[in-house]
Design a protein around this ligand. Structure first.
Ligand code: ADP
Ligand code: MG
Length: 682
């Protein structure tokens, strides 16, 4: 059998069942995976003049062992291992506490690098760890540090990588085509891999990074472009050939005139709907820009030709709200519409599912309940997801699978920078609503310290007396809904005590029964409740235009985009609105974020800042967000490379000889033949 980089790691010596399992846990299955298990960081082991090292500074010192390691015991289970190192002409003492097992690594006369804390007065290094040095790269000034786990040690990983590189270095494919390698001055992938693991200098490390990042981005962009090209070529998506006059009439019944941006995106979407292609479109629009109505128009178009449609949203509250507003719009039109969520009663659910399968329902609105087993549409033609960033890749796919040829529209209020959207959702078309309905007044935002609690309460009272309502969002404690609930309850009680019988305060959190949530929301909408204390369950989508005040506690715990979403709950009408951030940030970064919030209401600008300050992972919440999880490339810092890779991928995919040219063989192989199958290059 010929050796390839895609061989299993089990072909390496010293990889038994246990080690294989441990490697799998790290996501390493093939030699290629192992070789691209890059160091998470490098420890700089450049020699330093010991006179220049500050007292108690952590450093790595490299020298020759001049005395045998001695172990002395003091007290039960306590021991000290000591030896001497000669560095240039100075001799220093090294001590490790309770690491007697290191003795075998300390060989008189051999060179060793020790990372530890320096005691400048006594010239003693208290060792933290010994850095292994690869035997055949004596000149290396860097020690690679890998992510490891309990079952497999750093040093084992390094050993395996060294071994794999020895055995497979001649089989490392050069995936990036030669012409691009020249154009971008990239070193070979073989050399890059070598230098990633065993860099000899900073310069070499950087060259290596450039190459592996470009390869990673290029592969990703190629796969994206292929998906896109296939989708375009399929051509047998359904055609929703609605009656234009009917649609116009429907738009005329709306309570307001569409903004220019809304008209434009409606045109883009409708043109997709009419054509016999699969629509696969992302609709982006800042909070409050009016996406719901755009969705409603698309849903209407679908019902106009008698195909079913589904609208999936991330929370029950939002589902309820959409149900209410769409029912109102569709009521005179005899559109049959239903709501399906996790708390739909069994009997009602059965009826809905029956009607759905029989084609007696036109529009189904719901939460994740829509993608559960047992939900069958008779002729699903259009799928819309709202707040799409809240859904994982798998959930989106499940929904799409419910209707084979269905058109798909993803709506998102997270104003993903356009550039990033192209990357993250590279296989989609993007429509953007970049304009707010007329008459909106930007929300006035202030930042105050928590000590001024009374002031806030007075401020809320002042606003309510003018006839408006307020939200109070409670501290967000990481990942713990029950603590969130406690915080919310505390604040709720404080406010209730303070306002007494003057106002009604309501409490809303994720642990409540959905019937109770509904009735609280209902009362808030009907102004029976003036102040709504809530956890972040209301973050997405809620629309109560009479609410003009938003108080956010511990605002520094939120990312800019989330704050922007929360703030977007107010300023939805034509009244002056306010957002008060209550926070006492401890970090520069936290203060910076508070300041930016008070300075701009531009969601796109905020999301770009967020990306800068917190990185894409945080912005999108989780790994399932659909954003690619690159091994080494960073979509923010390496954005230039990402863009270049996108452009090159697009050019390559449109090249007639892409499938036949010998030069692209390694690239095709890396993309995978499954992915390439069915591609038409004519
Ligand atoms: P989002 O894009 O955040 O989902 P919504 O669709 O909830 O925003 O719309 C926010 C508010 O703006 C709603 O009250 C909606 O009725 C109103 N709205 C939407 N489009 C217009 C428009 N063209 N003119 C005036 N108000 C509008
Ligand atoms: Mg919305």
């Amino acid at each position: 059998m010929t050796k390839t980089i895609y061989d299993s790691v089990s072909t390496l010596p010293y990889v038994g069942e246990k080690r294989l399992e441990a490697l799998h846990q790290l996501g390493i299955h093939t030699i290629s995976d192992l070789l691209s298990h890059y160091p998470t960081r490098y420890e700089d082991i450049q020699e330093k003049d010991i006179l220049e090292i500050g007292d108690q500074e952590k450093v790595t010192l490299k020298g020759n062992v001049v005395s045998e390691a001695v172990i002395s015991r003091f007290g039960p289970k306590k021991n000290r291992l000591s030896f001497r190192l000669i560095i240039d002409h100075a001799v220093i003492a090294v001590t490790f506490f309770n690491q007697a097992y290191l003795k075998s690594k300390i060989v008189t006369g051999e060179e060793i690098a020790v990372f530890g804390k320096w005691d400048a007065k006594r010239k003693i290094l208290t060792g933290i760890k010994i850095l292994g040095i690869r035997s055949d790269s004596e000149n290396s000034d860097f020690e690679s540090v890998y992510s490891a786990n309990k079952a497999i040690k750093q040093s084992t990983i390094l050993k395996l990588i060294t071994e794999a590189f020895k055995l497979y270095q001649d089989y490392i494919p050069e995936v990036v085509p030669p012409e691009l390698r020249i154009k971008y001055r990239l070193i070979s992938h073989r050399d890059a891999i070598d230098a990633m693991h065993f860099p000899a200098s900073e310069e070499q490390k950087n060259q290596a990074r450039r190459e592996v990042i470009f390869e990673e981005f290029l592969l990703y962009q190629m796969r994206m472009q292929i998906v896109r090209k296939k989708q375009k070529a399929m051509g047998k998506g359904n055609s929703i050939n609605y009656n234009v006059t009917d649609l116009r009439k429907f738009i005329e019944t709306l309570p307001f005139e569409l903004t220019k941006a809304q008209k434009r995106v409606v045109n883009e979407i409708c043109s997709d709907l009419r054509q016999p292609i699969h629509m696969h479109r992302l609709l982006q629009g800042d909070v409050g820009s009016g996406k719901t109505i755009v969705a409603a128009i698309a849903l209407y178009a679908a019902t106009n030709v008698g195909v079913q449609s589904a609208l999936m949203v991330p929370t029950e509250i939002l589902a309820e709200q959409h149900m209410e507003s769409l029912s109102e719009l569709f009521d005179p039109l005899e559109v049959r519409i239903a709501l399906l969520t996790g708390s739909t009663k069994t009997k009602e659910r059965r009826i809905i599912l029956e009607q759905l399968a029989n084609g007696e329902l036109d529009v189904l609105i719901g939460t994740h309940a829509l993608i559960q087993e047992g939900v069958f549409f008779s002729h699903l033609g259009l799928v819309i997801t709202d707040e799409q960033h809240r859904f994982g890749v798998n959930q989106r796919k499940l929904l799409r699978d419910k209707g084979k040829d269905a058109d798909v529209l993803f709506m998102t209020a997270t104003p993903i920078p356009r550039t990033l959207a192209i990357t993250a959702y590279g296989e989609m078309d993007v429509s953007i609503i970049d304009e707010m309905p007329a008459g909106r007044i930007p929300v006035k935002t202030t930042w105050i310290k928590p000590q001024n609690f009374e002031k806030i309460l007075e401020f809320i009272e002042f606003q309510i007396r003018k006839g408006s309502q307020a939200y109070v969002i409670c501290p967000l404690i990481e990942e713990s809904e029950s603590i969130d609930v406690k915080n919310a309850t505390d604040i709720y009680e404080k406010l209730t005590a303070y306002y007494g019988s003057r106002f009604q305060v309501g409490l809303l959190h994720g642990k409540m029964k959905s019937r109770d949530k509904e009735s609280i929301m209902e009362n808030f909408k009907e102004k029976k409740i003036q102040v709504l204390v809530s956890t972040t369950v209301i973050e997405v989508g809620v629309n109560v235009p009479n609410a003009t005040t938003m108080i956010i506690y511990d605002a520094d715990r939120f990312g800019l985009s989330q704050l922007h979403q929360l703030r977007g709950r107010v300023g939805r009408g034509d009244k002056e609105s306010y957002c008060v951030l209550v926070a006492n940030p401890k970090t520069e970064n936290g203060m910076e974020r508070m300041k930016i919030m008070t300075e701009t209401t531009d969601g796109f600008l905020l999301s770009e800042k967020d990306l800068e300050l917190r990185g894409p992972g945080d912005l999108f919440g989780n790994k399932q967000s659909g954003l690619p999880n690159f091994k080494i490339g960073d979509i923010v810092n390496d954005f230039g490379a990402l863009e270049a890779a996108r452009q090159e991928a697009s050019d390559l995919i449109n090249q007639k000889d892409f499938l036949s040219n010998e030069l692209y063989q390694p690239l095709r192989e890396a993309i995978g033949f499954d992915a390439l199958e069915g591609l038409d290059f004519n």
